[in-house]
Design a protein around this ligand. Structure first.
Ligand SMILES: Nc1ncnc2c1ncn2[C@@H]1O[C@H](COP(=O)(O)OP(=O)(O)O)[C@@H](O)[C@H]1O
Ligand SMILES: [Mg+2]
Length: 310
């Protein structure tokens, strides 16, 4: 059992169906999880706000966003519905596999589905898969995420290695697990996020500033220095995060790319003005969008996949 499973809110058991002897995965939630999430948040929130010097009204939308996702994760009926819908919408995408759910063997706290074959990324990589296989797996993940982000406007927002089972069969197949954390993307948020990532925005500082005004990252009350600081740091972030989109193919196998993403995060933490920043800014919807992109990029980097990004 890895750390992630140990920290998770349920346990997955292997089972076999009675008639057809079909292999099943039965995810059983520990009792009282939703209540303990609620009471942990109630307990920790005021202390965290005080220690970090944050104002409750200003951080409320961000906390609510995270609370909502955490509580949704305890609702296995919702997970079953979203998992079923996303799997159906993505059925045409190649080299992906989804577990079929059994509603009659599921409830708010128990989720029964087909058992998928495959290994988690780390174990899979110890089998030394060839470059073509790694590319095909990476491509399948990329296509899956881009379709969700840009067409479905709802996305499996937890691209953690524990949530995928990889196989070498048919040149590489990705089994997708765990629809507990799904982010629904409002259309205006989608438009804004993609506009920020667009190459034209990077080349046009006035346009970038206008978009940052729109997201609430810049405010009319900001000094010129502060505006310049935000424009500069966001330009650097967007240049990096958007880089795979500016080329027809992208080699996530070059470790320098992910290293510079992490280094940028560290640099921003060093910036005294940003460190002292006590009012979070920008749309709360960006929290899970950012996490999804960074998680996806990290997976593709570990896979060492070279993929078509357009
Ligand atoms: N359908 C399945 N087939 C095979 N293994 C599964 C299946 N569902 C879950 N697992 C195993 O259980 C682990 C935890 O399942 P997951 O749905 O991610 O639960 P959690 O919501 O607790 O993260 C997975 O990493 C995987 O190893
Ligand atoms: Mg999981």
């Amino acid at each position: 059992m890895n750390a992630r499973q140990a920290a998770s809110i349920g346990q997955v058991h292997y089972a076999v169906s009675q008639g057809e002897k079909r292999p099943l995965a039965v995810k059983v939630q520990y009792p009282g999880v939703a209540d303990s999430i609620r009471s942990d948040i109630r307990l920790v929130k005021p202390i965290a706000l005080r220690v970090m010097g944050l104002d409750e009204a200003q951080v409320r939308p961000y906390l609510e966003e995270v609370e909502t996702r955490l509580l949704e994760e305890t609702d296995y009926k919702l997970e079953l519905r979203r998992g079923t819908e996303i799997a159906a919408s993505c059925a045409h995408l190649p080299h992906l596999e989804f577990a079929r759910y059994y509603p009659e063997l599921s409830s708010a706290r128990i989720l029964t589905m087909d058992w998928l074959q495959g290994e988690h990324l780390k174990e899979f990589l110890t089998t030394n898969p060839d470059q073509e296989t790694r590319n095909q797996l990476g491509q399948a993940l990329w296509d899956f995420y881009m379709y969700q982000l840009n067409t479905l406007l709802r996305v499996h927002a937890d691209p953690h290695p524990g949530n995928f089972l990889l196989r070498a069969e048919n040149g590489g197949t990705v089994g997708v697990l765990d629809f507990g954390c799904v982010k629904e993307i409002p259309a205006d948020v989608h438009r804004l996020f993609n506009a920020l990532l667009a190459p034209e925005t990077l080349a046009d500082e006035a346009r970038l500033a206008a978009l940052l005004d729109e997201t609430g990252i810049l405010r009319s009350t900001d000094t010129a220095e502060r505006r310049a600081l935000y424009v500069r740091t966001l330009h650097a972030s967007l240049e990096l995060v958007g880089r795979p989109f500016r080329e027809a193919t992208f080699d996530f196998g070059d470790p320098a790319y992910m290293a510079s993403l992490y280094a940028l995060g560290d640099d921003l933490m060093q910036e005294p003005e940003l460190r002292q920043q006590r009012e979070p800014r920008g749309s709360e919807h960006f929290i899970y969008l950012n996490r999804t992109y960074v998680g996806l990029y990290a997976l593709l980097t570990e896979l060492g996949a070279h993929i078509r990004t357009k």
